[in-house]
Design a protein around this ligand. Sequence first.
Ligand code: KG4
Ligand code: ZN
Length: 343
Amino acid sequence: MSNQEKDIYILAIESSCDDTSAAVFCNDRLLSNEVATQAIHKKYGGVVPELASRAHQKNIVPVVDIALKNAGVDRSQIGAMAFTRGPGLLGSLLVGVSFAKSFALARNIPLLEVNHMQAHILAHFIKDEDEKDAPEFPFLCLTVSGGHTQIVKVNSHLDMELIGHTIDDAAGEAFDKGAKILGLPYPGGPHVDKRAREGDPEKFAFTIPNVPGLDFSFSGLKTSLLYFIRDNEKENPNFLEENLNDICASYQQAIVTFLLQKLKRAARETGVKNICLAGGVSANSNLRNQLTELGESQGWKVFIPRFEYCTDNAAMIGIAGYFKYLKGEFASQDITPAARLSI
Ligand code: KG4
Ligand code: ZN
């Protein structure tokens, strides 16, 4: 495994957006992963940063306590502390960074600073009861979350190249903003997914965005949905209600087709055939199914994470921290959060 002399227990925390999460690892083996989701944002139809920071402040100690208890590990056994430095909401990150620094200082253990986007990708290396194979290097990862849409060429655990990204909204925002237009609750992705399963993806045609190279753009798609509903409601005020499942299926189809079109191009241009999915939107059933089918037709080896590792969680922070620990890459006590942080 490594030149490590003895087992290392790592406590990891994630607080970049609206989930407070803590995980405990023994080396690369996950022992526990607890997530407290902040329900408060549902009321506002989106994450309210100030409320998110306050909820993190309230949740962080209990969530860490439960993670340690469920792992059967005492805090005195923890040998390193991993945390999300960014990207994310500054107030939310501050809670996690401050907690991590205090814990590390109190226990006199090293700090492991983690990039949230790298962590989404490294979730593929978490060892758990599934005993699934990890992807071989190099691989391409399509990372699709609420704040990011990226195609990354992964050369090794900590050497990653961004080869494509969104120039405006993220794929998750296309789902969430689209869902808002359709009157569905926040976060909209899972609701669109559920409705789409009962609908016909061919019923309505949404134009696939035309963006050069390996980049993405989703804001036009969301606007076309808005106009589509508005125009049809002029003819039939019940249009939305009567066609909701088909609209969800057709809109989702456009998002997924666009994502896979770019991924196919990236694979062709790089010649890489190991393909991974990561981030919250990789929980989407249509994306998972279509990527699996595309992989079979293209001769790719496709890796899709378990549902609980798709949306934000501390397990992915812990595994990323573990690879930094192996390389001796420790953060100092002067570290500050970074709302913007490239991969
Ligand atoms: O990675 P994540 O948990 O948080 C960020 O780092 O942003 O991603 C959250 C995003 C939200 O936009 C949510 O609607 C989307 O993931 N999402 C889904 C599904 N489950 C979560 N989108 C489509 N289909 C799903 N089943
Ligand atoms: Zn995320």
